[in-house]
Design a protein around this ligand. Sequence first.
Ligand code: SF4
Ligand code: SF4
Ligand code: SF4
Length: 342
Amino acid sequence: MNNLPEPEVLVKHYELTAEAWQKAIGAMLGSHTVYAPVKRWGSMDYEPITVEKIRSIVYNEPKPVSPLKLFLLPVKENVVLEPDIVRPLVVIGTPACDLWALDLLDKFYLNSDLIDPYYKLRREKLILIGTDCHSSLEHCHCTSYGINPVPEKNQDILISVIDGKVLLEVHTEKGERLLESIKGVAEFQAAGNSLPETLLQKRREVKSAIDKANKQLPNYQETTSAVKNAGEEIWEKYAKTCVSCGACATICPTCTCFLLIDRPGFEKVKQMDACQYPGFQRVAGGEDPHRQHHIRFSNRYFCKYVFRPEKFDALACTGCGRCIEACIGRINKNELFIEITR
Ligand code: SF4
Ligand code: SF4
Ligand code: SF4
C-alpha cells in the first residue's frame, strides 16, 4: 500500500497558443520551481527554467537523459537534517516510460510499513506535466512491455504541441489547481475531447515504429521465464565487458537501492547504490553472496524481471533503453534477452 491519496479521475481539455503557454510558464515561475527538457550539445535533458529559457523548452521528444527519479531521489543527501523543500516543483516533459516507473518507486518508498519522509515530501510537492513522444530513439522499447508512448498514468497534466497549438489534458486536482493559479495571465480555451487527426496519426506512427524496431524482443512475461531458466554461461558471457561502474542502475528510472553511511559530525548520508558495485551484498565478517562478478551481473536482471514484479506487482523495467545507452561495456540487455529466448 502506498500512502498517496488516489487522484480523482478528472479529464479536462484546454487549447492555447504557444505564446499564451509561454506566458503561463512565466507566471508559474513566481510560485513554483520549474524544470523542463532543453537541448544542448546534441542531447536533451531537464534544466531549471528561467524566463530567458522558456522559449528553449523542447516538447514531445523522447526521454530526457536523466530519469524522473532524480527529482525524488538525490544521489546523496544527509537524512539527519530537515529536508529543505519549500516550493512546489513542476516537471514538464516527462515521457510515459518514466511516469510508469513511479508505480514501483511509490510502492517501494511509500510502503505503509516504512515510509521514506524525504521521498514523500518531494512526491507531494511534485506536479507532473507528462508528454507523448512524437518520435522514438534507437533503444526505446516501451511497447514491448505494454507501455504506450502516450502517458496513461501518474501525470497531473498531459501536454501535446501539434499544428502550432498547445493541447493540455488535465488529469488531477493538483494539475487543475496549477492551471487555476495561472489562468489569469493567458487565455485557456476549454476544448472538446476529440483530438486532432494529425496528433492521433503521429501517435500511431510512433507506436508502430517502436513495435517494428523491437519485433524480436520477448515481452515481459517471456523475459521473466527466460531469465529464471538461463544458465550461468549467458551471465558469464555478457558480464565479460562489465566494468561494475553502476551507470545502468544510476540512470534507470526504477532502480531504488541505497546505502546509509554514518559520518562524523552527526551526518547520516543516504546514497544511491547499485547491485553492480563490488561489495554490494558484503556483510559484517566479509561474506558476500555476490562476490562472483557474473552472479552480481545477473542480479540486475533477476531484480528487474523476477523479484521486483513478484514483490511489488509493478514493472521494474519500463523499456526506456537508458541502461543500454549508458553502458561503457556496450552491454545491450535486449540482445541478451533475444539470445536466451531464441
Ligand atoms: S521508451 Fe517509449 S515512452 Fe520512453 S521515451 Fe522512448 S518512446 Fe517515449
Ligand atoms: S553500465 Fe554496463 S559496465 Fe557499468 S555496471 Fe552496468 S552493465 Fe556493467
Ligand atoms: S532496465 Fe534499462 S531499459 Fe529498463 S527501465 Fe531501467 S534503464 Fe530503462
